[in-house]
Each structure stands twice: as C-alpha cells, then as structure tokens.
Design a protein around this ligand. Structure first.
Ligand code: CO
Length: 213
C-alpha cells in the first residue's frame, strides 16, 4: 500500500496535474496541432546550461516556448568534461540538433557557489563542488579582496560562468564544428534573482580560442 500523502502534499500534487491540464488546453485552444507538430521533432537553436535552482527556470524567465531551448541543468552550472551526462547533452546538441548557441548561465545568490566558497564540507556533494572550488582557487586574490561575502559569492558565480565557457572550448566536437561552420557560439549569462533580469557577460569566444592554441 503506498503511503498516504498529507493533505497539503496531496493538494500540491493535484495542483501540478490540474495546472498541466490547463496549460495543455491553453496551448491547443488556438492551435489544435500544437502538440502534434512538436511531437514530430525538435529544432532548438539554443542549448542552455544552467543551475538546478528552482528559481531559475529558463523557459519561464525568457518566455521561450517548448521546443526552443535544449536544456541541461546541474548544481552551479558546471561543465565537467568527465561528466558523461553533460557530454552526451553537448554532443547530441551540437552534432544532431546542430545547436547554434550554447549558453552557460549562472545566477547571483547561487547556493552551490555559496557552498563551494564557504570552506565547509558537504559529504557526497564535495566532489562536484570541487569543480567550483578550482575556480575559486584560481581567482583567490581577487575574491579575497572583496570584503562583503555576498558580493564575493556573486563575483565567484560570474567567474564560474566564464570558467565553464572556457571548458566548453576544450571539447573537440564543439571546436571542430565552430571552426568548420561558425557555430555553436558560446555565451556567458548571469541571472540576477533580485531583479529577474539576465545579463550577457559578452564572453570573448574567439579571444579565448586564440589563448588555447
Ligand atoms: Co545556483
């Protein structure tokens, strides 16, 4: 016998399904073929690599519809070349979907960044957080010069986005495709949860590729 949900949990659970029905009805109200058309295939131009944080839902905050953004999310938007999950997403995105833009997006107030910057340990999360601690270590001097801890975290979040963009440029199929076809282009964004606004950090992809040579 499955465990019975509390009344509050049951209400939230039911709300999810009710809202889903409302959403699906809304989509087909003006376009009866909406789901049939999307079922055929997907042709997103963007691959978004963002944080798992529940407040950073890229479709919601950009108003992009289903089918428009291919998504990978993990704690603190890390590009780990040893992570078969993200590598599969990247290869599928670049080689099969022929994505034009890969965006790494961090956000201010990121719990993963805060954890990595705290000097504390977090059990099983530590090997993941080590990838952000690496970025912290490389930028130690600049970060230590910032007294305000919350500003320091935000600065690390921005440095982390750039560092993860640089890692994308080490991936052979991304480099090969860019040199051959001019895409995917790599972009660095930061989302400010205080204002709800995205900022383009204007990542210098060509300059960075030059440095890697
Ligand atoms: Co986060």
């Amino acid at each position: 016998m499955p465990k019975k949900l509390s009344q509050a949990d049951q209400q939230m659970y039911d709300r999810i399904f009710q809202q889903n029905r409302d959403w699906a009805d809304g989509k087909t109200k003006h376009d009866r073929m909406f789901f049939k058309e999307h079922f055929k295939d997907q042709d997103p131009q963007f691959l978004y690599i963002g944080c798992s944080d529940s407040r950073v839902s890229i479709g919601d905050l950009t108003g992009m519809d289903i089918g428009e953004i291919f998504v990978h999310r993990n704690i603190a938007n890390v590009v780990s070349l040893e992570d078969e999950n993200i590598m599969a997403v990247l290869q599928y995105g670049v080689e099969i979907l022929k994505i034009k833009h890969i965006v790494v997006s961090g956000h201010h107030g990121c719990g993963g960044i805060e954890a990595a910057n705290s000097g504390k340990h977090f059990g099983r999360m530590d090997s993941w957080l080590d990838k952000i601690r690496e970025v912290r270590f490389k930028n130690k001097e600049v970060l230590d010069s910032i007294r305000d801890h919350s500003l320091q975290n935000d600065m690390l979040a921005e440095m982390n986005v750039i560092a993860q963009c640089e890692k994308l440029l080490e991936v052979d199929f991304i480099r090969d495709s860019y040199f051959e076809k001019g895409y995917p282009m790599v972009h660095a964004w930061v989302y400010d949860m205080r204002t709800g606004l995205l900022h383009d950090m204007e990542f210098d992809m060509d300059g960075c590729l030059e440095k890697l040579k």
